[in-house]
Write a protein that binds this ligand. Structure first.
Ligand code: FAD
Ligand code: UDP
Length: 391
């Protein structure tokens, strides 16, 4: 591969890398090489049709939603959309109820009179339509709301969070459980953003379209660490041993880029168990969460997403575990871990990478952030247009 022919090398062909590659190619007429160590583009959003004819998401269910007009307009250049609003149920004590926990969930678990009383109390204290993180609701001094908060915390949050993160809700950043607040209305949707839809031909096709610019070359099955190294003294980047004068957009793990010189950052990984079932539908919603009894956190049935009419179905169960780079069963770093200690450890690397003017550290891994897809796109668009592109 002739790296030196390119102005920009992008490591990682997920949303972050693809958007940045497209911007450099189309806005600055740069020649861009996009590398990914996987055999495909699209990063964790990769989807494909399985042997059942179902469009499945290989690295877990991905539902697009955004409130950002610029993100929606940008992506709409590269895809048509299938309208879709995600709904999630949780199985609690054998009963299915909406998540986020809302007024419908309240009425599912409490007798009518009690539910109506709690609803009045909640609305007079917090206001209709408000969204209350569970850790905030737990702080209430009203005893009946305290009992409700304990119920929601114990039945929906604590065991799910322990499975997902290996620790309690108090031991990770409150922003994690705040992603799924208690909602004081009857809107059963999981997300409340203005735009909610799935790329009509899938995420892989969308990313391929973003990358299909004559200035962009894609090389899959290429691990950047076999070719790219940091030169600590001169703060330059070596590509195949020579100083590279172009830009590197790096969307992998920062600790790996620095050969773990300042320790390993913690991540959570997942194992996915795909199952094909000879029934038309396996469950009544796309995703059913299992906070308590099971080892997995949730089951997703993909055919709901694109309303596929097929005689059989495909589901996936998610089993969280610690990331371990040497264990092929859990060597994909799906989630950075959000606590003070890991953030501090990340900042050591973030400070180091800032000393390298030719590298842009970008995306969920390199910025160690809980980016949704739209956050990743927005972040790449903003960084490009802010000129942090070092150009
Ligand atoms: P990634 O998609 O992780 O891409 C990084 C790429 O870099 C990967 O392809 C990797 O192979 C490559 N790479 C890393 N190191 C190297 C190297 N050394 N050499 C070459 N290539 C390398 N977001 C939503 O908006 N809605 C959802 O419903 C949703 N569900 C999710 C479910 C799960 C289980 C997970 C894990 C995430 C979910 N997300 C969801 C978040 C979404 O996956 C991310 O926002 C998005 O993938 C971030 O894109 P990225 O390009 O930053 O990272
Ligand atoms: N969560 C929970 N119970 C649920 C759903 C979510 O405890 O039924 C908590 C859990 O800590 C989870 C976090 O809320 O990790 C964020 O949930 P989200 O669905 O946003 O997670 P993701 O889809 O990113 O895995």
């Amino acid at each position: 591969m002739k790296f030196k022919e390119y102005d920009v090398i992008v490591v990682g062909a997920g949303f972050s890398g693809a958007v940045m590659a497209e911007r450099f190619a189309s806005q600055q007429n740069k020649k861009v090489l996009v590398l990914d160590k996987r055999e495909h583009v699209a990063g964790n959003c990769y989807d494909k049709v399985d042997t059942n004819g179902v469009v499945v998401h290989q690295y877990g269910p991905h539902l697009f939603h955004t409130r950002h007009e610029d993100v929606w307009q940008y992506l709409s250049q590269f895809t048509d959309w299938h309208p879709y609003e995600h709904k999630v149920l949780a199985k609690i004590d054998g009963q299915l109820a909406p998540v986020p926990f809302n007024l419908n969930s309240l009425h599912a678990f409490y007798p009518k009179n009690k539910a109506e009383q709690l609803e009045r109390l909640l609305i007079s204290k917090y206001g209709e339509n408000s969204k209350i993180p569970i850790l905030d609701l737990k702080q209430t001094d009203e005893p009946r709301l305290q009992q409700l908060a304990d119920f929601i915390y114990n039945k929906l949050f604590v065991n799910y969070t322990c499975k997902q993160w290996g620790c309690t809700p108090e031991e990770i950043s409150p922003s994690v459980t705040a992603r799924v607040p208690v909602v004081l209305n009857r809107d059963d949707r999981y997300f409340h953003d203005k735009y909610q839809a799935i790329p009509k031909n899938g995420y892989t096709a969308l990313i391929n379209n973003i990358l299909s610019h004559p200035n962009i070359t894609i090389a899959t099955n290429v691990d950047a660490k076999d070719y790219i190294a940091l030169e600590p003294d001169s703060k330059s980047v070596l590509v195949e041993g020579d100083v590279f004068n172009g830009l590197i957009v790096y969307t992998g793990m920062l600790d790996e880029l620095f050969s773990y010189g300042k320790g390993e950052l913690p991540y959570r990984s997942l194992q996915f168990q795909f199952e094909q079932h000879d029934v038309e539908f396996y469950q009544p919603a796309t995703t059913v969460n299992y906070p308590n009894e099971e080892n997995f956190t949730r089951i997703t049935e993909f055919k709901h997403i694109l309303s596929q009419q097929l005689p059989s179905t495909t589901i996936v169960k998610e089993f969280p575990q610690d990331y371990d780079k040497s264990d092929p069963n859990c060597n994909i770093p799906y989630y950075p871990v959000f606590n003070e200690q890991s953030q501090a450890a990340y900042h050591v690397y973030a400070n180091e990478i800032e000393k390298y003017p030719k590298i842009i550290a970008l995306g969920r891994l390199a910025q160690y952030k809980y980016f949704n897809m739209d956050d990743a796109v927005k972040n790449a668009l903003d960084i490009f247009s802010s000129g942090s592109s070092n150009d």
